[in-house]
Design a protein around this ligand. Structure first.
Ligand code: S3P
Ligand code: PEP
Length: 436
């Protein structure tokens, strides 16, 4: 499918939006609700394809879940209440859902099979199989990938040192650890998003993080109980409009009620370091930090990012590339080899798409180098998502700087994480609720 995109607006993008709920928190809220006693209500749940894969898988496991617009009600089955599914669980495109569920299902008294779409079936699963095996889990992969057969086992305590900086792997071990006989400790390579830790505690569990921010211990001895919470806006979705307003002249955009968990806000640090004009107004919120972001067009400086910077900005690196493509100098991103195993090889798809804009970008094994001083000279080739939601949205944002219409193929992928992306973009193009 090909979509026509209008030329950028000379007056830029204007207005206020509230982006949909956080994808990471929506997945986790469902899973923890499912094994809690009592009812969990998630307001501002992300009703995108990835989170619906989690919702449907949990229904297949015997959980009663009702959805009314973006409010989801989960009637928890308690710690020992999940049932075997009679069909394989189809995780669609969702890496997070697959890895977290692998952890949750490893310690159940029944077997499960996980499958996924073509992209997910190429993503590495040994990264969860190995650490979970240390707790006694039995996962059988297909040449390191999906389909995954899980033979439910009683799990035991372990201290697990992770080989990759991945919140998905950490969370898989913690969710499995909820079903182990003794406390589980996970030692991360670098601190990664801590939504699982915060949410387990919010549901009445007990997770502690040492001062090094990398050593996390879970005590499995508490029954979780259902909660009512409002999912913060997804900072990874807000990042598209933070970028748009920063690179399209004359823009001024406000993003309300965005999650500002410091393990996720690398894009704000990047924008500040590049000389972007962003103001953060925090709001009171239990559990997860929240706030409003006000952003205006700015002339940007180049930036250098290394391995330690990557986890807090991992999903926003396509946008870092786009920001760098407008900056007054040479930017470099290193230590980002994890991008090669996302929905696409994102290093390759970023480079391929930005080259179509005439951007001076060089591919490295673990990142890219971009000279933003060169004027963009679009080649006229249609832009492509490559089936990757974040690549499709990055290019839709890039075209807001162009003064001619363009086309995008594979736009359907955007529904994986941001089904209302085009409405929000149109709203800002039309200057809805214009700001001074
Ligand atoms: O835990 C999560 O919710 C996620 C963690 C990240 O993956 P890794 O932890 O594997 O890097 C991120 O890319 C993904 O979009 C969501
Ligand atoms: C990498 C992503 O998601 P997942 O790993 O859950 O497919 C993403 O949303 O950018």
């Amino acid at each position: 499918m090909t979509m026509q995109l209008g030329a950028g607006r000379p007056n830029g993008l204007h207005g206020t939006i509230r982006v949909p709920g956080d994808k990471s928190i929506s997945h986790r809220g469902l899973m923890l609700g499912a094994i809690s006693t009592g009812t969990t209500v998630l307001h501002h749940f992300l009703t995108a394809a990835d989170c619906l894969s989690t919702l449907n898988a949990l229904k297949q496991l015997g959980v009663d879940i009702a959805r009314d617009a973006d409010t989801v009600t989960v009637r928890g089955n308690g710690r020992h209440g999940l049932h075997a599914a009679d069909q394989p669980l189809d995780m669609g495109n969702a890496g997070t859902a697959t890895r977290l569920l692998a952890g949750l299902l490893a310690g159940q008294p029944f077997n499960s099979t996980l499958i996924g779409d073509a992209s997910l079936s190429q993503r590495p699963m040994t990264r969860v199989e190995r650490p979970l095996a240390q707790l006694g889990a039995q996962l059988e992969l297909t040449d390191g990938h999906l389909p995954m057969q899980i033979t439910g086992q009683p799990l035991h305590a372990a201290t697990v040192q992770l080989a990759v900086a991945s919140a998905q792997v950490k969370s898989a071990v913690l969710l499995a650890g909820l079903f182990a006989d003794q406390p589980t400790t996970v030692i991360e390579k670098l601190p990664t998003r801590d939504h699982t830790e915060r949410l387990i505690n919010a549901f009445g569990g007990r997770v502690t993080t040492a001062r090094d921010r990398r050593t996390i211990t879970l005590d499995p001895n508490n029954q979780l109980s259902g909660q009512t919470l409002t999912v913060p806006g997804d900072v990874s979705s807000a990042a598209f409009f933070l970028t748009a307003a920063s690179i399209v002249p004359n823009s001024h955009v406000r993003l309300e009620k965005v999650g500002l968990n410091p393990t996720r806000t690398g894009i704000l640090t990047v924008l500040q370091r590049m000389g972007g004009h962003v103001t953060v107004t925090p709001r009171e919120n239990p559990g997860e930090p929240l706030g409003d972001l006000d952003v205006r067009f700015a002339k940007l400086r180049p930036i250098q990012l290394g391995a330690a910077d990557i986890p807090a900005v991992i999903d926003e690196l396509p946008l870092v590339a786009l920001l760098a493509a407008t900056a007054d100098g040479i930017s470099e991103v290193s230590g980002a080899q994890e991008l090669r195993v996302k929905e696409t090889d994102r290093i390759n798809t970023i480079v391929t798409e930005l080259k179509k804009l005439g951007v001076a970008i060089t591919e490295k094994t673990d990142g890219f180098i971009i000279d933003g001083r060169q004027t963009w000279q679009p080649t006229g080739q249609p832009f492509a998502s490559h089936g990757d939601h974040r690549i499709g949205m990055m290019m839709a944002i890039a075209t807001q700087r162009l003064d001619q219409p363009t086309t995008l193929t594979g736009e359907k992928a955007i529904g994986i994480s941001y089904p209302t992306f085009w409405q929000d973009l149109d709203r800002l193009r039309n200057g809805a609720g214009v700001l001074a």
